[in-house]
Design a protein around this ligand. Structure first.
Ligand code: FES
Length: 107
């Protein structure tokens, strides 16, 4: 089974069931806290994640992602967890500037 792997959260593996759910939803359903200041509406970029592997298993950039990418607020390897749908194995990490203070991140 494919997983969404969060490398710097101790490599936690979240099963991807093939329904193409948003990464933020998969993370939330797994009970993992993840910053999402605008509530998943594509308006803040605090839910961004850095994609380390499996970019081909993520949906194309949404209009919101394209806007922030053009404005320089998303790096080439960053995606908004609330906007992108995961369909297969993907490895990500939480960028330093959106890490939550109460969680312990690994390297
Ligand atoms: S939660 Fe605000 S852009 Fe994703």
């Amino acid at each position: 089974m494919a997983n969404l792997i969060i490398r710097n959260l101790q490599g936690v593996q979240i099963p991807v069931n093939g329904e193409g759910k948003a990464a933020l939803r998969l993370i939330g359903e797994a009970g993992i806290d993840w910053m999402h200041s605008c509530g998943g509406k594509g308006r803040c970029t605090t839910c961004k994640m850095r994609v380390l592997a499996g970019a081909e298993n993520i949906s194309a950039r949404s209009a919101a992602e394209l806007k922030y990418f053009a404005a320089g607020r998303l790096r080439k390897d960053e995606r908004l967890a609330c906007q992108c749908r995961v369909t297969g194995e993907v490895t990500v990490e939480v960028p330093p500037d959106t890490q939550l203070p109460h969680l312990k991140y690994s390297h």
